[in-house]
Design a protein around this ligand. Structure first.
Ligand code: C5P
Length: 247
């Protein structure tokens, strides 16, 4: 049983709320928390957050909010009322928008621990795809700027690819570093800036977001258990409010 040591957030990118809750219940003892993304939030809807909270792990609503501040504030507040421990915003929405999200979530969550995580640069983007969108800076340079913005606007943490973890740690060491794009081998799907779980933890990740390597495995429970066991002793392991403290 590795519950208290796990730093894995399983990304429940599944077609229905029932499938997400079933998988979450099955892997709960091996993970630190559950993440719901745009598919579930826009399909079954945000009530799935509350259903997952009932399983006793913090829930990460990966809503990737990006709109004018009043809209983002309202959305974050609603997600907080549903019990979200974390909500994501795109930092490219600017500091006023990010501050509005921080206020909205804190109002919605009330006394429960909650925090906004700022998405720096999607892990599916590389220099070429950023160039296509008219952004001439490297992912590293962008992550540096976005992390500073996140710290100044009151985020609890940033979401960043394994490759830019050190940049984020240098710019704002106190922010939580949450890292998707975890793969045993690079390539094979839409993630481009990937690393193994061990690499990401050794570069300073606090939480690993892992989706298809668990949900797409022939035996998701065995995959979650193996990853949790492999990573149980690795990383910095700072205390995180709402997670069981490391044993
Ligand atoms: O299946 P996979 O392990 O690629 O899942 C990664 C998860 O992390 C997905 O749910 C995706 O939405 C999310 N994510 C990401 N890149 C970011 C932020 C979140 O891949 N920058």
């Amino acid at each position: 049983m590795v519950t208290s040591r796990s730093r894995i957030i399983v990304a429940l990118d599944l077609p229905t709320a029932e499938a997400a809750v079933d998988l979450a219940a099955a892997v709960a003892e091996h993970v630190a928390g559950f993440k719901v993304g745009l598919g579930l939030l826009h399909g079954p809807g945000p009530a799935v957050v509350a259903a997952l909270v009932g399983l006793g792990r913090p829930v990460f609503a990966d809503a990737k909010l990006h709109d004018i501040p009043t809209q983002v504030e309202a959305a974050a507040e609603h997600l907080g009322r549903h019990g979200a421990r974390w909500v994501t915003v795109h930092l490219s929405g600017g500091s006023a928008m990010v501050r509005a999200a921080v206020e909205g979530l804190s109002r919605g969550a009330g006394e429960a621990p909650s925090g906004i995580l700022g998405v720096t640069v999607l892990t599916s983007l590389d220099g070429n795809s950023l160039g296509e969108a008219g952004i001439q800076q490297s992912p590293g340079r962008l992550v540096s700027k976005m992390t500073r913005l996140a710290a100044n606007a009151g985020c609890e943490g940033v979401v960043t690819s394994p490759r830019e973890l050190k940049v984020a740690a240098d710019v704002a060491p106190d922010l939580l570093r949450v890292t998707p794009g975890i793969r045993r081998q690079p390539g094979g799907d839409d993630q481009t800036r990937t690393a193994t779980a061990a690499e990401a933890l050794s570069r300073g990740a606090d939480l690993l977001v892992v989706g298809r390597p668990i949900t797409g495995a022939a035996d998701p429970v065995a995959a979650a258990a193996a990853l949790a066991a492999e990573t149980a002793e690795l990383g910095v392991r700072r205390p995180i409010a709402g997670l069981e403290s490391p044993a």
